[in-house]
Every structure is written in structure tokens, then in C-alpha cells.
Design a protein around this ligand. Structure first.
Ligand code: HEC
Length: 151
């Protein structure tokens, strides 16, 4: 008994900091990728640019919280988005390119950082959800229908 308890303590001591470090690095990695691929349109802090691209920080909390919303976000990142939308009281009618050239792990990292920017848990959208969206091969216009469906 004593022996197994000390083993448990040892196990907790090594696993806990490692998993925290992993979670931090996922969001940090996502922040860097966001700076490279997304900030030109959405602003470095993801606050959006009026008339160009919608805000993401603080605007995606509800979508991040449901499986349908997560699937929508995975579709936006892989296939893009086009057509009129409303976000935070502002209108947009632009075209976002898809980022299917980036691997699912990178897109998951970007979504992890966006989750942090929305006060949501870092483990936001899984690579499985991204892989499913990728396989659906939707057009940017079809992705907007997912948004319109309230997802
Ligand atoms: C060339 C400019 C551009 C780039 C680069 C870009 N976006 Fe977008 N993004 C847009 C536009 C424009 C829209 C809104 C499209 C519309 O009006 O239908 C949008 C919409 C979105 C949405 C949907 C928001 C909502 O309220 O439903 C998300 C999420 C998003 N972008 C994330 C990203 C991420 C993450 C990246 C980088 C990997 C990125 N975007 C790169 C222009 C861009």
C-alpha cells in the first residue's frame, strides 16, 4: 500500500507539469500560427477589422462550446467562408480562404489559442473534428449555411 502510494505521488509529480506545459505550448503555437496566417485580416489580437474580417476573440464562445459549433469552426478553417454574415452587431460580406494546406494539428493549435481568447478551455476543437470537416470538402458558401443553421 505504502509503496503504491509513493508511486502514485511520483506519477502525479511528473505527469501534471508535463500536461500543463503541453496545453500551454498548443495555444502558444496557435498564437504564432495566427500571427502568420490570420492576423493580416483578423488583427493580431483577433479583434477583427471593421469591414474586412469579423472579430474572433470574444465572439466565438458559444460556437466553441457545442459539437456543432466546433464542426462549423473546423469547416471555416479548412474550407473558408463566403457571403454575408453578422458578428457582434457588424456586417461582413467577404471571402475567407480555406487553410487546408495547413495540417490538422496546426489548425487545432490555432483554434486552441482562439479558445483561450474567448475564455474557453484550451482543448477546443480536436484533430478528429478537423479531419472530418476536411473530408467533407465543402465550398465556402456551403460553410456559411452551417453558420446560418445556428450552429
Ligand atoms: C484574407 C483575409 C482572411 C484571412 C487571411 C483569414 N480570414 Fe478568417 N475571415 C475572413 C473574412 C472576410 C471572414 C468573414 C467571411 C464572410 O463575410 O462570410 C472570416 C471569417 C472567419 C471566421 C468565422 C467567424 C464567425 O463569426 O463565424 C473564423 C472562425 C475565422 N475567419 C478564422 C480565421 C483563422 C483562424 C484564420 C487563419 C488560419 C483566418 N480566419 C484567416 C478573412 C480572413
Amino acid at each position: 500500500m505504502k509503496r503504491s502510494l509513493s508511486r502514485l505521488a511520483l506519477c502525479l509529480a511528473c505527469v501534471a507539469p508535463a500536461s500543463i506545459a503541453l496545453a500551454q505550448s498548443l495555444a502558444d503555437q496557435g498564437k504564432a500560427l495566427f500571427g502568420t496566417h490570420c492576423a493580416a485580416c483578423h488583427n493580431a489580437d483577433a479583434s477583427g477589422i471593421a469591414g474586412v474580417a469579423p472579430p474572433l476573440a470574444g465572439a466565438l464562445r458559444e460556437r466553441l462550446a457545442t459539437p456543432a459549433g466546433q464542426a462549423y469552426l473546423a469547416n471555416v478553417l479548412t474550407h473558408g467562408l463566403a457571403g454575408p454574415i453578422q458578428s457582434q452587431g457588424q456586417s461582413f460580406n467577404g471571402v475567407m480562404p480555406g487553410f487546408a494546406t495547413l495540417p490538422d494539428a496546426s489548425l487545432a493549435a490555432v483554434l486552441s489559442w482562439l479558445a483561450v481568447s474567448n475564455g474557453a478551455p484550451e482543448q477546443a476543437v480536436s484533430t478528429d473534428t478537423l479531419a472530418r470537416a476536411r473530408a467533407e470538402r465543402k465550398t465556402p458558401g456551403a460553410v456559411r449555411k452551417l453558420r446560418e443553421a445556428g450552429q
